[in-house]
Design a protein. Structure first.
Length: 100
């Protein structure tokens, strides 16, 4: 793996671990992920809204998600613009593959 894309790999691993809980019940989980990473900075408010919904529905499951979510936000913000763009393209591509 290219060292330039190592941060994307790490974010993807975190997503696989916590996204199912965070995005449970979302009509379009890919759209929710894209909303979080669409701009040059991670949308922490949107993430906290998703987390708040999870914490109301499943408090015990939400507890480990918050630190991972904040860590992912910091990691995303530290990425350069080309790598952020690549991450967005990967999410869109994953959505297209799922819809096939």
């Amino acid at each position: 793996m290219s060292p330039a894309f190592e941060p994307i790999h790490h974010l993807a691993q975190q997503s696989r671990a916590h996204a199912p809980a965070l995005l449970a019940g979302a009509e379009d989980p890919h759209a929710e992920l894209l909303a979080l990473v669409w701009g040059p900075r991670f949308d922490r408010q949107h993430a906290l809204d998703l987390w708040a919904r999870l914490s109301q529905q499943q408090p015990a499951r939400a507890l480990p998600v918050l630190p991972a979510l904040l860590s992912a936000a910091d990691r995303f913000d530290a990425l350069g613009a080309p790598v952020q763009h690549r991450l967005r393209r990967l999410i869109v591509r994953h959505r297209a593959l799922r819809d096939m």
